[in-house]
Design a protein around this ligand. Sequence first.
Ligand code: HEC
Ligand code: HEC
Ligand code: HEC
Ligand code: HEC
Length: 438
Amino acid sequence: MFMIKPGFTLMCLLLLLNHAAMASYTLVYTGNLNGELEPCGCTLEGDLGGIKRQVTMIDQLRRQNPDLLFVSSGGLLIAEMPSDRIRSDYILRGMKFLNYDVIGVQARDLAFGAHFLKRYKLPFILSNAYGKPTFAYQKTLHRQSQSFTFFQWSVLPPQTLLKDPHAETMSAQKRLAKKLATAKNTGTITVVTTNLRLAAAKKILPLKNIDILIIPSRQDKFAKPVQIKNTLLLQPGARGMRLGLLQFEVRKHAQRVRIHHWQQRIISLPKTIPDSPRTKTWYTAYNAALKTDYEKQVALRKQREQGKSPYAGAEKCRACHAPEYQKWQQTRHPHAYEDLESVGKNFDPNCVACHSVGFNRPGGFLNAGLTPHLSGVQCESCHGPAQAHVDSDGKTPTGNHQWKKKQICAQCHVGIHSPSFNLETYWPKIAHGQKTGK
Ligand code: HEC
Ligand code: HEC
Ligand code: HEC
Ligand code: HEC
């Protein structure tokens, strides 16, 4: 045994060293949350997941392995009902407890605008947005002596985000390919999350420089990892019902590191996983916010059914204020709601408020079907509710009769919504009333 050639001993030693240097890493990953803050619990089979259980589980996994990497491919939010804004707000707050290392931004996460996401200071990345970067392009994490770089490719709605969808996509594609190549050549493990399906991902993304590709699974369940040449394909299930855990080793092949041994575990989150006590206050506040909103909606509906609204609508003003009405019709204000419709945002409460009359106020605009007489920017957007004024033949002053011009405009012409607003130049375009002449 001690007689073997020195060359062979050296090789054994090298192998041994190599083996000793081979560290093991853990990646915990999730797919689209799709607004699932918690399961409805209507059926036992469906009672899986939810942020409260996820927090319990990730806390436990981190206690076992503080070095684990935790990534979400995004798609967190939901924007189908007015109350979804509340749910989305609490989902983003809930992300703080989970303390993800990286979260991808998907189109659905932009439903309430990019600024809505920015407020929460979460580790968002987006590697194919155009224009001024709102989110980090990529994120690199170090574990032991290995670096990991994460990228996100999202299918974004062309009409709202891209000026020239084809050209923008091509240049974003080239840029990502370059970044991935650089990362690979400097010894990084690259992880790309995306909401593309596999066929599209293969076309758009340079798999040869991607170690781990995370795409959505076709259903709520996680799929088994698949190796495509050097890329390990992971397919997390949606709606936060389970967590995927990948354990792997990393090995060097001709200057490039590659995923070596890997093993996947799927952790489901049934009712038996207790809610994390850390989330208790957050969850109580969430339910309280929903209740307040619900009661507000009921009050609005009740008022509408009783036909009582403090708003009259511009048509009612016409009879006594013909010149003002005429002037108003010549401005952009009456078309504010149509313009919202033309960009498909007339169901975003975040937009409707400034493009209609009295939205979110009792008796105000609800939608184009129920309250057509209150769409667009009208007399009462500026003058305040005036039904009582109409009923009294003008004797009761309008709701905002004591407001200064500046204050009236500032309800809407603020910040990014009207960067070039200047009362001196804007008022003349809509001027009416006796004091200023017609
Ligand atoms: C705080 C009030 C406010 C909110 C909220 C708001 N807007 Fe506006 N919007 C304005 C004002 C004011 C203008 C006119 C700006 C100007 O010309 O200076 C405007 C103009 C527009 C126009 C017309 C642009 C044009 O070229 O004529 C569109 C379209 C529009 N907004 C869409 C949206 C969408 C979509 C949202 C929601 C994501 C939104 N707005 C939210 C106040 C608002
Ligand atoms: C974009 C905001 C805005 C809209 C829309 C608007 N107004 Fe005005 N209106 C004003 C402001 C501001 C004044 C105050 C002018 C001043 O102080 O010189 C004014 C003045 C008036 C006056 C004269 C008040 C006075 O004491 O001289 C009347 C009447 C009036 N508006 C009626 C209307 C009617 C009717 C409509 C709808 C057909 C309408 N306004 C739409 C902002 C608006
Ligand atoms: C039946 C006639 C009548 C109708 C309808 C009417 N007004 Fe008037 N309005 C008047 C009279 C009269 C005055 C003057 C009151 C005064 O100077 O004491 C007036 C004054 C105003 C003023 C300036 C004083 C104030 O209260 O702010 C505004 C603004 C105004 N109206 C807006 C409206 C709006 C908006 C509507 C529609 C929702 C409307 N009016 C409908 C008769 C009417
Ligand atoms: C309830 C929200 C709201 C209020 C209050 C409001 N505006 Fe506007 N304004 C808008 C919106 C929305 C548009 C864009 C309409 C469109 O083009 O779709 C707009 C457009 C305009 C435009 C046309 C801009 C252009 O380039 O043609 C002018 C001018 C203007 N507003 C002046 C004013 C002035 C002056 C005041 C205050 C007296 C005022 N607005 C109050 C929402 C508002």
